[in-house]
Design a protein around this ligand. Structure first.
Ligand code: ATP
Length: 590
């Protein structure tokens, strides 16, 4: 039930309107009885006297006209009221959907990287689409129908009991059996819908991964395998859907059968009472015409419970996302920093654990403002992990990372990240223009600035694009090479004029000449900036003020290019390898 409480909480702003809609449904359901009651009145006060030979007096004509006019007027009023009611439900549920989507999206933006590695994209997409729609469907339809069923059933039962208690009891005798059946059904169907929801999410995840990784699939000619894998998930989903539907089909004949038995009871019991003179023809007509108000709620209640269980399964998933809280947030007692960050970075006895394994051990590093630091080391030694601690993509497990003498954990997160320009290893560009991608960090940026940073990052290929800087790139746009994407990512990182620029293998895919040009440009930026460059190429690292060598999560050496090539170690090995010296030496020795 917490799911319903949560929906109520989120209806803030339109709760009064929603309560009005709920009440209007109850009133409309009660009104449904009035037509039958008026018809019974016409039968007993107009038709019966005529049939009993009293003739057609003007009084009877007058009574008929009045009652039929009331009937027409009432029906018109009910139609208008119903329209108002349905519109209120629709506006409230759409508003709720909009708010939830916005809140969920905002909350997702606040999550850290561990959240995204724990949750599959397809699952998150299911929550934002199908699950949310189930919440909307429940607030605007399922709840309305449940109220309609309950009120209709209760008012009809009370009316029947007031008119003829014995006839009413004969009709209501089967209802407890139907309620027990629907309760058992609800209990059995709930786990099926939780499972169904999970399978749908798995299928969506498979589809999403396949679309994202379609190049890999094609490169390995694994289309048939992928189709087979998707088919399995699709089949799983189909089976789960069928299982839930079959459960309903197992119960529905009994529920329908018992509901329909009411019509037979009306004919049998009502007919007998009519013959015995216990009830009038009007009373019989009333019971007969209102029979549906008892059968309908009972037969539709099962379907509504079906929907309600789907809602509970979907809402639980959304609530989980809604209340997910990142541990990487701005602290209440965060230090207010005015002005530009100078760019001093200090790692003080830093350790970092990932999934319980320590990947960085006792890192000590003091980087001065404006310094250029290169980080080098074998694959998996912790380079990306190390730099991700500066903008707090991850938090340290021990020790402190400080920027300008203040631990990064004490910064306002926006201030900290706004001072760090980062071009990551996996370049991601948005489906936007080149201009939009470069100015991503500052949408107000002038066209001249965009061009200036594009020049620094050597985005010279833009002239060859069909619409220059206005060419849409990314997923739905013009294709770019790996090196071209890297250069746009670099321009994007530079465009915010960061105090600390972090480049994680950003120029690995560009040619040597372009790289040299970019290095020259980076050395002469017109703003103060500390540069931390993760690279594997000696051509990239050799200009750095200091080069830090990492191995198995530890700093094993620090020095300038000259210092490091003058002593044995990882750097000299890479240097010799990349300059063909190792081969020459070996050749000479042979
Ligand atoms: N999200 C994660 N969850 C668990 N372990 C991780 C995660 N990210 C990285 N690791 C592990 O942390 C270690 C360091 O990874 P990291 O990406 O920092 O290395 P790297 O030096 O940047 O590697 P590369 O040169 O290949 O980019 C590796 O052993 C890696 O398997």
């Amino acid at each position: 039930m917490f799911q319903l409480k949560w929906v109520w909480k989120n209806l803030e702003g339109c709760r009064k309107r929603y309560v009005f809609a709920l009440c209007s449904t109850a009133v409309l359901s009660m009104m449904a009885l009035v037509n039958s009651v008026l018809t019974a009145q016409i039968m007993d006060t107009v038709f019966t006297p005529v049939k009993e030979g009293q003739g057609t007096t003007p009084e009877l004509w007058h009574r008929l006209v009045v009652l039929v006019s009331i009937l027409i007027g009432f029906t018109m009023f009910r139609m208008c009221f119903n329209y108002l009611s349905v519109m209120t439900y629709e506006t409230c549920s759409q508003k709720l959907l909009f708010k939830l989507r916005r809140d969920l999206y905002a909350n997702m933006q606040a999550q850290d990287s561990s959240f995204f590695s724990k949750n599959r994209t397809g699952d998150l997409m299911t929550r934002l689409t199908g699950d949310l729609d189930m919440v909307r469907h429940t607030t605007c339809y399922v709840i309305r129908m449940i109220i309609d069923c309950v009120v209709l059933f209760l008012t009809t039962s009370i009316t029947f009991l007031c008119v003829d208690w014995l006839f009413a009891l004969a009709m209501l005798a089967v209802t407890p059996i139907i309620f027990i059946l629907t309760k058992v059904f609800a209990k059995q169907v709930h786990p099926l819908y939780v499972d169904l929801r999970e399978r749908l999410s798995r299928m969506n995840t498979a589809a999403q991964e396949n679309i994202a990784g379609n190049r890999v699939v094609k490169a390995f000619a694994r289309e048939d395998y992928e189709i087979e894998q998707f088919d399995k998930k699709n089949e799983d989903y189909r089976k789960a859907n069928l299982k839930a539907s079959l459960l309903w089909f197992k119960f529905s004949p009994y529920i329908d059968g018992f509901s329909q038995s009411l019509s037979i009871a009306v004919l049998l019991v009502g007919g007998s009472f009519l013959i015995m003179g216990r009830i009038s023809i009007g009373t019989f007509a009333l019971f007969n015409s209102l029979c549906w108000t008892l059968t309908n709620p009972m037969s539709t209640l099962g379907m509504l419970i079906n929907d309600l269980q789907r809602f509970f399964a979907s809402a639980s998933k959304i609530v989980e996302l809604y209340y997910a809280r990142s541990t990487i947030v701005t602290r209440q007692d965060a230090v207010k920093k005015e002005g530009r960050v100078q760019g001093a970075v200090k790692f003080d006895h830093v350790t970092l654990k990932r999934n319980g394994t320590e990947v960085l051990h006792d890192i000590n590093l003091d980087i001065k403002p404006g310094e250029t630091i290169a980080i080098m080391g074998p694959t998996g030694c912790g380079k990306t992990s190390l730099i991700s601690l500066i903008p707090r993509f991850s938090d340290v497990s021990g020790g402190t990372v400080s920027v300008d003498g203040t631990p990064v954990g004490m910064y306002d997160l926006k201030k900290l990240r706004g001072s760090v320009g980062i071009a990551t290893q996996d370049v991601f560009l948005f489906s936007d223009t080149v201009d939009g991608n470069i100015a991503y960090g500052d949408p107000e940026m002038s066209e001249d600035d965009v061009k200036r940073f594009a020049k620094i990052a050597c985005v010279d290929f833009v002239d060859k694009l069909p619409e220059g800087f206005d060419t849409v790139i990314g997923e739905r746009g013009t294709g770019l090479s790996g090196g071209q994407k890297q250069r746009i990512a670099l321009a994007r990182a530079l465009a915010i004029k960061p105090s600390i620029l972090i480049l994680d293998d950003t120029t690995s895919a560009v040619d040597m000449e372009t790289e040299k040009y970019i290095q020259d440009q980076l050395a002469h930026l017109d703003f103060d900036c500390t540069k931390i460059i993760v690279a594997q190429r000696i051509s990239t690292t050799k200009r750095a003020d200091r080069i830090v060598i990492l191995d198995k999560g530890r700093v094993v050496d620090v020095g300038t290019h000259e210092e490091l090539i003058s002593r044995p170690g990882y750097y000299r090995e890479v240097y010799e390898l990349q300059n063909g010296i190792a081969g020459e030496k070996k050749g000479g020795a042979a």
